[in-house]
Design a protein around this ligand. Sequence first.
Ligand code: FAD
Length: 402
Amino acid sequence: MSTPRHHDVVVIGGGNAGISLAARLQRDGCRDVAIVDPSLVHHYRPLLSYVAGGMATLEDLRRPQEDVVPAGCHRYVDRVVGVDPERSVVRLSGGEELGYGDLAVCPGSEVDWDAIPGSREAMDTPAASTSYLPEHAADTWTMLSGLRAGRAVFAIADRHVPCATVGLKPLFLAADHWRREGVLEGVEIELLVESDDLVPFGRADRLLREAAAEHGVRVRTGVRLETVDPVEQVLHVTTDGAAADRSAEAVPYDALYLAPPHRAPGWVAASGLATDDSAGFVAVDPGTLQHVRHPRVWGLGDAAATDALPSGGALRKQVPVVAENIAARRTGRPMRRYSGYSVAPVTTSRRRLLLAEFDRAGRAEPTVRLPDLVRPRRSLLLFDRHVEPQVYWHRLLRGKVS
Ligand SMILES: Cc1cc2nc3c(=O)[nH]c(=O)nc-3n(C[C@H](O)[C@H](O)[C@H](O)COP(=O)(O)OP(=O)(O)OC[C@H]3O[C@@H](n4cnc5c(N)ncnc54)[C@H](O)[C@@H]3O)c2cc1C
């Protein structure tokens, strides 16, 4: 067997996590960083919610991947198919192997259509859509803005959905649109949330429920979507309770928005890097983000089992932790810890947005004390829609996170 090419740090995945980390490592003086990602296009995914709500286009959130890979970083346009942590090598789809000093595993998560039979087929009909895939985001707005009467059901899963609460953005943007068009009274809006809260932060949860009530939305939590019948346009759901006594119910729809369950890429578990449960996410110490069995392997972003709500906001804290802990491991210094910080920016209308920031225990962790960002504000919506993308392209992807 030939000797694999070797890099000081190999990063699997050039999404939000991978690009930000590679740039940060370079800023910290690491000269030999390689990124592996087959994508030719980079997406700023938070804008997908605005595409689904008719306030952005796909062009607004796409850049060529070559423009975001940090200069001087080795780029492999290829897919990782496995990792051998015993030999410290990564296997690429073309058969090539890459050796690493440290390895950052951040390939994101993928939609798990198998978790809800019928959901994938439903996406092929004009009556169902999601903002969670670029190819469906614009269709979501076509579907929602075209509805003049009937029942619109928004179903938000609680199975590893990235920044799940933002599934409420298309709901509020559509409800406000229906109000402005004078058709809101004829649209029955039903929100089915699988978790017990709309957001894992009490005060924001209350404010979102108030905003939902103002738009006449029927909110139900603890409701799990089991199957979709795309022909009859009916959802089969179960409501809270132990598996045996959950009660089943059929919910018809004229328009269905889905924030679908996600799963980790299968090769993570096949490489022996996953948690012991069936979910298959990278088994890291949720504080240090170091792999629990392989000290030179790190996990961050949507693919890592951090016991926190996965989000781009979370990466602002995770990236410096991984960058500094790679150096700390090498020098024997104490490691930094990630608190489980995450964010939920949610539009409450087409004019206002609230920003909840919290740790993994649901405690407030605001970036600024004043102003109070949990109160819905016009300025916050403008920031989230127009300023945050610029911060992403020009600061976060350039490793300017602390
Ligand atoms: C619709 C939507 C709205 C969102 N809104 C918000 C928001 O408002 N605020 C917020 O903070 N967060 C939001 N998020 C969450 C945020 O976008 C994610 O948490 C963030 O993108 C995670 O970054 P990541 O790098 O872990 O994964 P990704 O951004 O998914 O990147 C993963 C990368 O890995 C690559 N990859 C996959 N498999 C392989 C492989 N086998 N080999 C090599 N490369 C591979 C992919 O091509 C991709 O480039 C939203 C997400 C979605 C989908």
